[in-house]
Design a protein around this ligand. Structure first.
Ligand code: PGA
Length: 250
């Protein structure tokens, strides 16, 4: 099975020229390396320009956020049907950096439904802000799963991607330990099975937070995940090349 690597460029790079260079190199590598599938999520202003020139099959594209309505008076927002029309096949929903500026579980749930309705694949981000000695982080994650997935979305669960990103490991110096991820994957599957039945066993789970070439292979081997959501290391050509090579060898 191929590892799914989602490149979340966030608000980078600064120009179309740099975006094209980065995307071109990512495509070249993705075409070369075995065992990896790459989804590039650029800033939305770059999306159609990058996707237009893309040969089918090398990389797929996604957006970093969408609104839950398809049209209307929502200044500054992007709708799922617009994203789809600009060649996005995936949409990241509920990223910690969006939740930090006020996105709620209710917003997230509506967005997941809207992304499915537009015919794209939602990448639902969850993860606790901090971790203490107890099991509060499991309660927090269960609540995000409950609030973020509607009954309707539950019917399409096999097509939903969960990206578990503990907020304390995003933009940090160290990723979470693979054995902690393994434990979290079991918890996520169990929580989904309890609500939606056995389809929950096979949900696609990604890990995100301070992933680079030094820890990607180990996370894929021991973390019980199908792929990775990568921030910083995805916008640095050197770092991303090394990361994709490490994933391909894992
Ligand atoms: P990072 O970001 O890889 O820079 O830690 C990950 C993310 O926020 O998706």
């Amino acid at each position: 099975m191929k590892s799914l690597i989602v490149a979340n460029w966030k608000m980078n790079p600064a120009s179309v020229r740099e975006a094209k260079k980065l995307c071109g190199e990512t495509k070249r590598l993705a075409g070369l390396l075995k065992g990896v599938s790459v989804v590039v999520c650029p800033p939305a202003v770059f999306l159609s320009g990058l996707a237009a020139g893309a040969r089918k099959g090398r990389v797929s594209f996604g957006v970093q956020n969408v609104h839950f309505e398809n049209r209307g008076s929502y200044t500054g927002e992007i709708s799922p049907v617009q994203a789809k029309d600009a060649k996005a096949s995936y949409a990241i929903v509920g990223h910690a950096e969006r939740r930090a500026i006020g996105e709620s579980n209710d917003d997230v749930r509506k967005k997941v439904d809207a992304v499915f309705a537009a015919g794209m694949t939602p990448i639902l981000c969850i993860g606790e802000k901090e971790r203490g000695q107890g099991a509060e982080h499991f309660t927090f994650v269960r609540e995000q799963l409950r609030g973020g997935i509607s009954e309707e979305a539950g019917k399409k669960l096999s097509r939903l991607i969960i990206a578990y990103e503990p907020v304390w490991a995003i933009g940090a110096t160290k990723a979470m330990e693979p054995r902690q991820m393994h434990e979290m994957s079991i918890f996520i599957r169990k929580t989904l099975v309890e609500r939606f039945g056995s389809v929950g066993h096979n949900i696609t789970i990604l890990y995100g937070g301070s992933i680079d070439a030094s820890n990607a292979g180990e996370m894929l081997r021991d973390g019980d995940v199908t792929g990775l959501l990568v921030g910083r290391a995805s916008v640095d050509i050197q770092a991303f090349t090394e990361l994709l090579r490490a994933v391909s060898e894992a």
